[in-house]
Design a protein around this ligand. Structure first.
Ligand SMILES: Nc1nc2c(ncn2[C@@H]2O[C@H](COP(=O)(O)OP(=O)(O)OP(=O)(O)O)[C@@H](O)[C@H]2O)c(=O)[nH]1
Ligand SMILES: [Zn+2]
Length: 188
């Protein structure tokens, strides 16, 4: 069963088209409400996922040094304007207790968190807090860099400006050298 109300989205899109002075019945727009409903189902599918679930896949391994998955691409939707913002997430953590999670699970958590109406800050802290809650790592650092379409195609119109956010938990908070190591690896 579909997780979004397609009929409601279709009605809303038809109303928006009428409201901007378009003819929703003209040939090119005929199927647009249906397409938008299918697109919203896809781009908001993270609303029905819990990022923490992904970190429950663990493997016994005595690796307690850095694990970093960088340059994870993502597309999200700004919750203020419902236009895209997109960029890359970098996630580093220090495992402890003899368990690591699957590498792809970091990227799956990014999908779960970004495929919703979002704020960049909340994406960043939710990923970090989900890892802390499920994996109990010694430290986590999440860095997200993104371009916001609401700042480029409209409003203040500053294409190329990048927003960078970080969330730091556990050992990375007090260890500037460990943070620098991650930053250097991300820049490489
Ligand atoms: N903190 C934060 N702000 C965001 C994010 N995405 C968009 N915004 C901002 O949300 C704010 C909304 O401001 P408002 O004044 O309510 O709306 P607006 O009149 O459309 O604002 P302008 O974009 O300045 O034209 C803007 O400053 C956006 O840049 C985000 O991920 N995090
Ligand atoms: Zn916006």
């Amino acid at each position: 069963m579909s997780q979004v109300d397609h009929a409601k989205i279709e009605q809303a899109v038809t109303l928006i088209l009428e409201a901007i002075g378009e003819d929703p019945d003209r040939e090119g727009l005929e199927d647009t409400p249906k397409r938008v409903a299918r697109m919203y189902e896809e781009v908001f599918q993270g609303l029905h996922q819990d990022p923490k679930e992904h970190f429950k896949t663990v493997f016994g391994e005595d690796h307690e040094e850095l694990v970093l998955v960088k340059d994870i691409p993502f597309y999200s939707m700004c919750e203020h304007h419902l236009v895209p913002f997109f960029g890359k997430a970098h996630i580093g953590y220090l495992p402890q207790g003899g368990q690591v999670t699957g590498l792809s699970k970091l990227a799956r958590a990014v999908e779960a968190v970004t495929k919703r109406p979002q704020l960049q800050e909340r994406i960043t802290s939710t990923i970090a807090d989900s890892m802390v809650a499920t994996l109990n790592p010694r430290g986590v650092i999440v860095i997200v860099e993104a371009e916001h379409m609401c700042m480029t195609m409209r409003g203040v119109k500053k294409p190329g400006s990048m927003t960078v956010t970080s969330a730091v938990r556990g050992a990375f908070r007090d260890d500037a050298a460990a943070r620098s190591e991650v930053m250097a690896l991300i820049k490489q």
